[in-house]
Design a protein around this ligand. Structure first.
Ligand SMILES: [Zn+2]
Length: 104
């Protein structure tokens, strides 16, 4: 089966509660509080689906980046999500990309 189909067909959860894993990033230190409890996980903010690198002690946002295909985020990613933008969409895409800096 083609790989892109996995991004469209998303099975109903087979557990009562769904949760998000927040795996810790090894050898990463928070620049704000010097904690090593830095996690990389999926979020949905005002710019759309993103991957954040956030300290779990002080909640300092170290980085916010666009998810790659390997991140499987968002679960219902459109087939054309990674296609180049048309000239009509390019201006808004550029605005979205420039908003990838840490929020606050
Ligand atoms: Zn911190």
């Amino acid at each position: 089966m083609a790989e892109w189909i996995d991004r469209i067909l998303y099975p109903h959860p087979d557990v009562d509660q769904v949760y998000a894993d927040r795996p810790l990033v090894p050898n990463k230190v928070c620049p704000q509080c010097a904690s090593t409890e830095v996690a990389r996980y999926q979020i949905a903010n005002h710019l759309g689906p993103r991957i954040t690198l956030t300290c779990q002690e002080c909640l300092h946002v170290i980085a916010v980046e666009r998810p790659s295909t390997a991140d499987s985020w968002p679960p219902f990613r459109a087939v054309a999500y990674d296609w180049p933008a048309s000239p009509a969409e390019r201006a808004s895409r550029t605005q979205l990309d420039s908003g990838d800096t840490p929020a606050g």
